[in-house]
Design a protein around this ligand. Sequence first.
Ligand code: FVH
Length: 270
Amino acid sequence: MTVSVLGLGAMGQALAAAFVRAGQPTVVWNRSAGKAEAVTGLGAVRAASVAEAVLAADLVVVCVLDHAAVREVLEPVAAHLGGRVLLNVTNGTADQAREVAAWAAGHGVSYLDGGIMAIPQTIGLPASTILYSGSREAYDQWAGPLGAWGTGTFLGEDPGLAALHDLALLGAMYGMFAGAFHATAMVGTEGVPAGRFTTELLVPWLRSMVDVLPMLADAEVSAEQRLVERAALANIVGTAAAQGVPDRMTAPIRALLTGHDRDTGHADSA
Ligand code: FVH
């Protein structure tokens, strides 16, 4: 059973390399020259065209920049894809995944959508989670070889589910990043070095708070917790303003978590 990887950016190369290391016959293609060397050096075979890569494979993985690139790469080879499994791990929306799935179904292609919760450097580690949705049959057929990338989780036959979960999780991550940058900016107003603050206080604090999340997911505890947050959130907003840190983050978070109206200063009735 041969796999093809279309797109050899940082992530495509990591996926192809993991397949090769696991002993999977692997064919690779990239739009521009020069990105295949690292994986052909490991044992992957370079295809001269998308059609050649598709025709050589039982599983076709597409990992390119965005949805438009997916369409651009796949549409010319639609006739060759029939009877194969297409796995699209390109970041996109749930509706884009559903659109590609419908297009694939129209060409007799089994479709899986994937959300990679990892970075290229961690592909292959068990802690790397790859989310899948779409054809259950295709997932069951390929779950073994796909284990070369990390731990697979199948979310359901709606092809949009992997993208939905992927984007929800990324949103949580960016929220954490934004909070961390804001915290660093707050203590930075008093000359505290970002690196020391981050390693000594911020990271241990955030790690300990991760364990509280399952508790907050419970509706009743969440309501209680909000009572505690009200005072602290008002103080965060006030202190950020007093220290001259631009308030593009804490006021909206306060509004979101407490229902406090940032324009009127009153708690809203909800
Ligand atoms: N890198 C990461 O940490 C994240 C982790 C989570 C998943 N993402 C998504 O994976 C997709 C690919 O990401 P990438 O890191 O490989 O991205 P780049 O290194 O920028 O490579 C982009 C590749 O896409 C090819 N490409 C772009 N446009 C087209 C097109 N119109 N036709 C054909 N190929 C195209 C590009 O080719 P080239 O510029 O080398 O010719 C690269 O192979 C992405 O959705 C992430 O969000 C990665």
